[in-house]
Design a binder for this molecule. Structure first.
Ligand SMILES: Cc1cc2nc3c(=O)[nH]c(=O)nc-3n(C[C@H](O)[C@H](O)[C@H](O)COP(=O)(O)O)c2cc1C
Length: 357
């Protein structure tokens, strides 16, 4: 019953993708554990240098011979304002003092080299490559497809899904507004489209002929069964895996995940300059009265990086980014294997009961 076309294409047993979660949680250990459990593990590689990425891919391969994926951030054009940056540095100075950081960073380049990251994925012949924040060029999409890599794009609206289909990606992640982490939106004109998973998945499924992966708020077999009913071929779960022993999330981050409630998250741009959903922290509250303009991603991300790192070192979650989705009260500290297995069992039991309802 759960044997969807998509999982046959990917040679995985379960229609469960572990969300790529850049910045530490989704490293080789978690990705390999999920792939070994029969799902598709994904490396969150957006912040990795090409060398780190190649190493991480090899680390996955040392731990599993099952298919897995790599996820990259498509660079977006951004406007750099020296005045906005100066004002933000001034505002962030108090936190630098608080954490004993000597001086504000002077990043020479704000983003990782996307082309070199893609080259590492090509060189390592990764089975699946997913993208968020936009549509990669035709050169990139076709080069990956030529060598047999399945290409996945991320959409938060029907329009984005149609553009991804026209660009010939193989599969589309439909990311609802419940989702933890950064919004994958790339066609918004200032206002973030916040369509919930329940509304988004069937509308995209009706409009595109590609397989859809539902993402956002899916925490267990109930979410999987519901997503399949809505027209998805698989689900992508992030928050559900954050507190796993195999997750690379900081221990205090895991504690916060396990003790938080469904109304403890908010969408914010203060950490990175790009809208992302996370557990509300003192930093998010402090920055509510900021009257200047928050520099766009990836500038703001670079400006807050040393503060987030110092907070992590000090074990202070209030100044770390605690990305999480709205389903977080359902998060557990179970192993990745348990989560995949129990999600499958619960979904199969629910679906078996459905015809008699
Ligand atoms: C901690 C964290 C980091 C994330 N990082 C990425 C990322 O690097 N790339 C990406 O495509 N999505 C990222 N996401 C979003 C996920 O792909 C997915 O949309 C989301 O986790 C689904 O919602 P859920 O967290 O409610 O399961 C991240 C999510 C979280 C929670």
């Amino acid at each position: 019953m759960l044997n969807t076309s998509f999982i046959q294409k990917l040679l995985i047993r379960c229609p469960i993708l572990q969300a790529p979660m850049a910045g530490g949680p989704a490293g080789p250990e978690l990705a390999a554990a999920v792939s070994n459990a029969g799902g598709l593990g994904n490396l969150g590689a957006g912040y990795l240098s090409p060398q780190q990425l190649s190493q991480a891919i090899r680390d996955v391969r040392l731990r599993t011979d099952r298919p897995f994926g790599v996820n990259l951030f498509v660079p977006e054009p951004f406007a750099e304002s020296a005045e906005e940056i100066r004002q933000m540095k001034d505002r962030l100075q108090a936190y630098r003092v608080q954490f004993g950081i000597a001086s504000a960073p002077a990043p020479s380049s704000y983003a990782e080299s996307f082309e070199e990251q893609v080259q590492a994925v090509l060189d390592e012949q990764v089975p699946v490559c997913s993208f968020t924040f936009g549509i990669p060029s035709q050169d990139v999409i076709q080069a990956l497809k030529r060598q047999g890599t399945v290409v996945i794009g991320t959409a938060t609206t029907v329009q984005e899904a149609l553009q991804l289909e026209a660009a010939e990606v193989d599969v589309i992640v439909a990311q609802g507004s419940e989702a933890g982490g950064h919004r994958g939106s790339f066609l918004n004109d200032g206002a973030e489209p916040l369509i919930g998973t329940m509304a988004l998945v069937p509308q995209i499924a009706d409009q595109v002929s590609l397989p859809i992966i539902a993402a956002g708020g899916i925490m267990d077999g109930r979410g999987l069964a519901a997503s399949l009913a809505l027209g998805a071929s698989a689900v992508q779960m992030g928050t559900a895996f954050l507190a796993c022993p195999e997750s690379g999330a900081h221990p205090v981050y895991k504690q916060r995940i396990l003790s938080a409630r469904e109304d403890d998250t908010e969408i914010t741009t203060v950490y990175s300059g790009k809208a992302a959903r996370g557990i509300i922290t003192d930093f998010m509250k402090d920055m509510r009265d900021y009257s200047g303009t928050i520099p766009p991603y990836p500038i703001q991300n670079a400006l807050t990086r040393d503060i987030r790192q110092a907070a992590a070192k000090a074990g202070d979650p209030e100044y770390m980014s605690l990305w999480a989705g709205q389903g977080l009260r359902l998060a557990t500290g179970r192993t990745a294997d348990d989560i995949v297995r129990q999600t499958m069992e619960q979904a199969a039991a629910l679906m078996a009961r459905m015809p008699s309802m």
